[in-house]
Write a protein that binds this ligand. Structure first.
Ligand SMILES: [Zn+2]
Ligand SMILES: [Zn+2]
Length: 69
């Protein structure tokens, strides 16, 4: 097992060790999409992000990280 193979959600930035809360399931989020090689995924709190994922857009889109201009 490698030391740094956490997956990060492209929708909200949560990861394997910091799951967010999935209100719909009343449980910590789980992975809807997961690519261990890329270290990215889409968690169950971000179902809308599966569309971008399925379109091949695997950039992390944590809302407060958008760039101006
Ligand atoms: Zn998420
Ligand atoms: Zn999450």
């Amino acid at each position: 097992m490698k030391g740094n193979d956490l997956a990060v959600c492209i929708g909200c930035g949560c990861d394997d060790l910091h799951a967010c809360w999935d209100d719909d399931a009343s449980a910590p989020c789980t992975w809807l999409r997961l690519d261990r090689t890329a270290g990215l995924g889409v968690c169950s709190a971000c179902p809308e992000s599966t569309e971008a994922w399925d379109a091949g857009d695997l950039e992390i889109k944590v809302p407060h990280e958008y760039s101006p201009g």
